[in-house]
Each structure stands twice: as C-alpha cells, then as structure tokens.
Design a protein around this ligand. Structure first.
Ligand SMILES: [Zn+2]
Ligand SMILES: [Zn+2]
Length: 99
C-alpha cells in the first residue's frame, strides 16, 4: 500500500495581484501585495470555507515583529498574520504610514 504523500508547502497564484507565490511552509499570504485568501480558521488548517480575499488593513508591531492584520472582503473576518522575511517591506511601511 502506497503511503500517502502529504505536501504541506503549497505554491499558489495570488488572486489579488496575480503573482506566483512559492509556498515556504510558514506564510500563506502574497509577499508582493500582502493579500491572502480566507481558507484557514487556525493557520494551516484550511478549515474555513469562505474563500474570500483577505485585504491587509493594518500593521501591528509586537516584540520587534510586524503582524499583518487582514480583513476578509467577503465575511469581514479579521485575522492576524505574521509577516515573513520574504514580504515586500515597502508595502509593510505603506500600511504603517496609513495610520
Ligand atoms: Zn499579491
Ligand atoms: Zn471570509
């Protein structure tokens, strides 16, 4: 019996800007525009069925790390998402300056 191969790292195409994003296992948002898709209730569980686009609305700083706050355009669910080193710093700064 073949062992089922479980792939955790997923590549995806950003539905906001169309960029091809290479999954690295710890981010699920687009590093170019910081949008993502509402598919997780808890990060990685893919339990939400909403599928709406999550728009970056704010940035929080905690312990020297930037936390991205995203709101779903479909159901208004708000969630926090850690930024990753691959993210576009300019976009993060833009969001900080919007405050
Ligand atoms: Zn994008
Ligand atoms: Zn949603």
């Amino acid at each position: 019996m073949a062992k089922k191969f479980q792939r955790k790292i997923e590549d995806f195409v950003c539905e906001n800007c169309g960029a091809k994003v290479r999954g690295n296992g710890y981010t699920n948002h687009c590093p170019h525009c910081l949008w993502s898709k509402h598919v997780d209730i808890n990060p990685g569980d893919r339990a939400a069925v909403c599928g709406g686009l999550m728009k970056p609305v704010d940035i929080e700083q905690k312990d020297g790390q930037y936390i991205l706050i995203q709101r779903c355009q479909k159901c208004d669910h708000v969630r926090k998402n850690k930024t990753s080193p691959a993210d576009d710093v300019k976009k993060i700064i833009e969001l900080c300056q919007k405050k």
